[in-house]
Ligand binder design. Sequence first.
Ligand SMILES: Cc1cc2nc3c(=O)[nH]c(=O)nc-3n(C[C@H](O)[C@H](O)[C@H](O)COP(=O)(O)OP(=O)(O)OC[C@H]3O[C@@H](n4cnc5c(N)ncnc54)[C@H](O)[C@@H]3O)c2cc1C
Length: 417
Amino acid sequence: MTPTDRTHRTVDVLVIGAGPAGLAVAARLAAAGVDRVEVLDREQRAGGIPRHCDHTGFGLRDLRRVMTGPDYARHHIAAAIRAGAVLRTGVTATGWAAPRTVDITGPTGLERITATAVVLATGARERPRSARLVPGTRPAGVFTTGQLQQAVHVHHQSVGHRAVIVGAERVSYSAVTTLRRAGAEVAAMVTDQPRHQTHPARHLGTRLRHGVSLVTDATVTELTGRERLESVRLRHRDGRTAAIGCDTVVFTGDWIPDHELARSAGIALDPGTRGPATDPEFRTGAPGVFAVGNLLHPVETADIAALDGRFAAAPVLRHLAGVPWAPGPLPVRVEAPLLWISPNRLTPDGPRPPRGRFTLRTTRFLTRPVLTVSQDGRTLHRGRLPHTAAPNRPFHLPADWIAGADAHGGPVRITAD
Ligand SMILES: Cc1cc2nc3c(=O)[nH]c(=O)nc-3n(C[C@H](O)[C@H](O)[C@H](O)COP(=O)(O)OP(=O)(O)OC[C@H]3O[C@@H](n4cnc5c(N)ncnc54)[C@H](O)[C@@H]3O)c2cc1C
């Protein structure tokens, strides 16, 4: 066998990504009696992001208890193995040889796996500084939250003494906790929004406990420093500029789905989420290929990702039983200032999304907005949200209206006034 030869195997279900979503779907399918369910992860350990989130806040909706990230990851790994799924780590899915045939590379070399169903559960990541096009020098001390948590909790590295956090959403507050635990002071959190985007109690607690100040309506315009970061420069919305001295900066939020594998399969992506376009049964446009978790909604919490996995097991089982592949034909699109909706395809006489609702995001604060659903100029639903819609936080649209959509009509449009 030459180094480029691949062994070729067949499985019933191949799950790519062993985070909460992938592990949950694998556990359900294996428990339902599917013979060969294989889960791959490119990391050396399964569990996905929660593995290195060494703080509580995981498991409320799916497990009805609150756990730390590592405990939560261990729970889902154990459940998948107990159910009979095969977990393989250090194994990366690199491309497709045919519609449900995936090329992988791992410790045992190159392989090719053909599956009756493929479930993409590759998650989402924060866009790093380079993708945010922040000018300046290239010093040490620049992280995303994920990189920071890996450095602190996995590699036990020192991360600096004085930090600025870019962002003020849920994950940004996790970055505060991690930095404080690593012994770093947090000089400021900087957000381009007029206020923070987390739970008020979380914000207040962070302010009182750690004395972190929040700079609103401001963007980071430059990083300075030669070997190590020395300061970040800011521009306020009103044109004022300022500099904050720091040796560490953490770029938080600004999520992008890990959609490379989906793209390389030619799977249609939703223009809002930038993950695969899917219907309420987690079906992509490629026959036999499903997608779950934060790949579809960048980002929701881990328990929502795991619940996706649980819900997706039933449609996967139907596919394995030979039910014809007929993903929702109608695109569902949002208009600015809305950012995305998930799921984003539907069949009028098909099932509703899990929990009977769609999940949305907005790019700016909207005080009790009226959400209107229309198709070809016809209003299908109109209703006021009972609360403010905040950027970087989920809000929901009930799905009662989907039966009124015309399967042969144009895209369904969602607007907010
Ligand atoms: C700093 C931080 C703090 C957070 N705090 C909380 C919290 O307190 N509570 C909460 O509920 N949620 C929290 N979250 C969110 C939570 O971690 C995510 O919602 C959850 O991990 C999403 O699960 P997932 O399975 O969709 O994706 P992930 O957990 O991202 O898993 C995806 C997996 O796919 C693998 N993968 C990707 N591409 C490939 C490939 N080509 N081949 C093989 N493997 C691949 C990756 O290695 C990864 O392990 C936090 C997130 C961050 C970053």
